[in-house]
Design a protein around this ligand. Structure first.
Ligand code: BGC
Length: 523
């Protein structure tokens, strides 16, 4: 019995005949604009939040606090409403993931991406034209729904349409586009901050470019053969497969897709299936990778870099270009990851980055602790530069490890029967903790002061220990062989791999419920 407990539709690790056709390249570029949109949303809010015109209009209290000389440096931006402007997007995103999972399965990847594009366009219009806080937040909620739909459908679309040999690279392409989106937003903010009083509208409005690209793209691309076949459009699925693979010889892959779809149909309760004992390692790892990814503190930087640099006493302009620098480091280091992930492996990158992130955060905490007095003009110039350098050291480590791998590892470890449900849970947990950081960071900065960086470094220590003991190496292992080559050989996770329940849960839910020691029917 092969990995995962199913009869293997094709020999393990087999490569089907597939050219990298123009239609594949164009489809992937189109779809990846979903990543661009996500990144733009991540990067745009911090810069906008630091603009005085924006604060005067929506957050006059924060504006006054920012310019009061006697106010604590660390507390300038501590305002729940202001944080809600950033965080509401992620709350909407995580809620909509469940609907997106439904439309992805039942209507296909293409319409789900189209829905995302439409949400994005409505959100952009509301934000750009915002007259009051309510309109602003409702706009962010629409954008969040777009993120929920896009982040569910786009990674699946990319991995299904790509020939196997470039699947990993394409998965990271989504992350790369995200980082490019963040950098693009940082650059736009740097420019628009000089346009008074409506520069912030331009910042929010330019999100319309990736939103339009995604919408038009999703109309032009073909749906994936996997999705067409799963929804019963067999002939169309085969025709698309021939077209995207650039060959008439698609029979072996077509048969595998048919078999995969048959298996997927037999899984009546994908989410319940996810809770089965032998899926426990993947589930635990996927969930913890998301929590840890957010508790590296990365989004404190991505969302609030300009605000943070402002807090340190940088002028507005310096804050915004410092954010551009960290954004650029983020993009470049993600490229490093694309080249090293299959050579050095996942564990080496995660563990090396753990050390680098830990040290840089401790140094930042020490510098701020010693040099940033509560009621002064900020950091001395040299120390300010050193802090930016340390932030770059931190961001680069994140960008070649936890950034892409937080997404890659779950996507390559879930077996077929739980893959799409696993993706929903991954996206959902990620957005939940992204929300937590977005909503809490500025208040935590106010209360913990420089200690906030020690707080994150503590988490980095915990996650590195977790990786050391519990995250197995999955480099160069075909997805179908994960159980045999990874889980069954892992010192801890092997205990979840007892063969008793293999294959049963597809056909006999009750029996497996008993094997697992709990009553599944209650789930
Ligand atoms: C994370 C985002 C983060 C981004 C930064 C992604 O992997 O999920 O929350 O903003 O990396 O590049």
């Amino acid at each position: 019995m092969p990995a995962g407990g199913f009869s293997a539709p094709a020999p393990n690790g087999v490569e089907f005949e597939a050219k990298i056709t123009p239609i594949v390249v164009i489809s992937c570029i189109m779809a990846a604009t979903g990543g661009l949109m996500f990144g733009y949303d991540v990067g745009v809010s911090g810069g906008v939040t630091s603009m005085d015109d924006f604060l005067v209009k929506f957050f006059p209290v924060v504006y006054r606090k920012k310019h009061q000389a006697d106010n604590s440096n660390y507390c300038k931006y501590d305002n729940q409403g202001l944080q809600l402007f950033t965080s509401s997007l992620y709350l909407a995103g995580l809620t909509s993931t469940f609907f997106a999972s439904y439309t992805t399965r039942n209507f296909g990847r293409k319409p789900t991406m189209l829905i995302a594009g439409i949400f994005f366009i409505i959100g952009v219009i509301l934000n750009t034209a915002a007259q009051d806080l309510a309109m602003l937040i409702v706009g962010r909620i629409f954008l969040g729904c777009g993120v929920g739909f896009a982040n569910q459908a786009v990674p699946l679309f990319l991995s299904e349409i790509a020939p196997t040999r470039i699947r990993g690279a394409l998965n990271i392409l989504f992350q790369l586009m995200t980082t490019i989106g963040i950098l693009f937003a940082n650059l736009v903010n740097y420019g628009t901050a000089k346009i008074h009083p409506w520069g912030w509208r331009l910042s929010l409005g330019l999100a319309g470019i990736p939103a339009l690209l995604l919408t038009v793209g999703s109309i032009l691309v073909v749906d994936t053969p996997n999705s067409l076949i799963q929804r019963g459009h067999l002939q169309e699925g085969k025709a698309v497969l021939k077209k995207i693979r650039g060959t008439e010889n698609v029979e072996p892959e077509y048969n595998e897709l048919l078999e995969a779809s048959r298996i997927a149909k037999e899984v009546k309760h994908p989410f319940r299936n996810l809770l089965k004992r032998r899926n426990r390692p993947q589930l635990v790892i996927a969930i913890f990778l998301q929590i840890f990814q957010q508790f590296t503190g990365i989004n404190a930087i991505m969302f609030y870099a300009p605000v943070l640099f402002n807090t340190l006493g940088f002028k507005n302009d310096a804050s915004l270009y410092s954010a551009v620098i960290t954004g650029a480091v983020n993009v470049i280091s993600t490229v490093v990851s694309i080249y090293t992930v299959d050579k050095l492996g996942r564990r080496v990158l995660l563990l090396e980055a753990g050390i680098q992130m830990f040290l840089s955060q401790v140094v930042i905490a020490i510098l701020l602790g010693i040099k940033l007095k509560d009621h002064t003009d900020g950091l001395p110039h040299g120390i300010g530069i050193l802090v930016v350098v340390m932030v770059c050291v931190f961001v680069s480590a994140f960008a070649w490890s936890w950034g892409p791998l937080g997404w890659l590892i779950p996507s390559e470890t879930f077996p077929l029967e739980t893959r799409s449900a696993g993706q929903s849970v991954t996206v959902c947990v990620n957005l939940l903790f992204t929300f937590v950081i977005a909503q809490a960071f500025l208040s935590m900065l106010c209360h913990f002061k420089y200690g906030i960086f020690l707080f994150f470094s503590g988490w980095v220590l915990i996650m590195s220990v977790f990786v050391f003991f519990l995250v197995p190496e999955t480099k160069n292992i075909p997805i179908e062989e994960m159980t045999e080559k990874v889980w069954k050989r892992h010192w801890y996770w092997k205990r979840f791999m007892d063969d008793d329940d293999e294959g049963l849960e597809l056909h006999d839910e009750k029996k497996v419920g008993k094997t697992n020691g709990y009553d599944d029917s209650k789930l």
